[in-house]
Design a protein around this ligand. Structure first.
Ligand code: FES
Length: 132
């Protein structure tokens, strides 16, 4: 049912873990299956994703899609990472069964949530700097 790529990323997930004092953290969940995905970003001053880690409490496809998504955005700019779609993640994994597509949506949402968190923190830091 799963492609070799999916099995590979499921068995040997890349970038598992957490980043302390991350530039942005995104946590998303799917209410139906109860799976949760968390993405941590370390973003440098040029808005390049220097490092990315993830933790997924969920199904095999959720682990594989989050692993692949982290590989796809590592070293990219924030703007490029925002363009990553779940379809691109599925394509990179050479396909997912139809009933598992929602798992890849979670990966896209987690990346976006982490970037939104980064932008929010940046705006807050900017506002604070302005009033200091
Ligand atoms: Fe829920 Fe895969 S079954 S994320």
């Amino acid at each position: 049912m799963y492609t070799e790529k999916v099995m590979d990323h499921f068995k040997n997930p890349r970038n598992v873990g957490e980043i302390e004092n991350a530039s942005g953290v995104g946590t998303v969940g799917n209410a139906k299956c109860g799976d949760i995905m968390q993405i941590f970003l370390d973003i440098d001053e040029n808005e390049i994703i220097r490092d990315v880690k993830f933790k997924t409490f969920g199904c095999g496809a959720a682990v594989a899609t989050s692993s692949m998504a982290t590989e796809m955005i590592k070293g990219k700019s924030v703007n490029e990472a925002l363009k990553i779609t779940n379809a691109a993640v599925v394509e990179a994994l050479e396909g997912l069964p139809p009933q598992k597509i929602h798992c890849s949506v979670l990966a896209e949402e987690a990346v976006k949530a982490a970037i939104e968190d980064y932008m929010k923190k940046k705006a807050e830091a900017g506002a604070k700097g302005a009033t200091d």
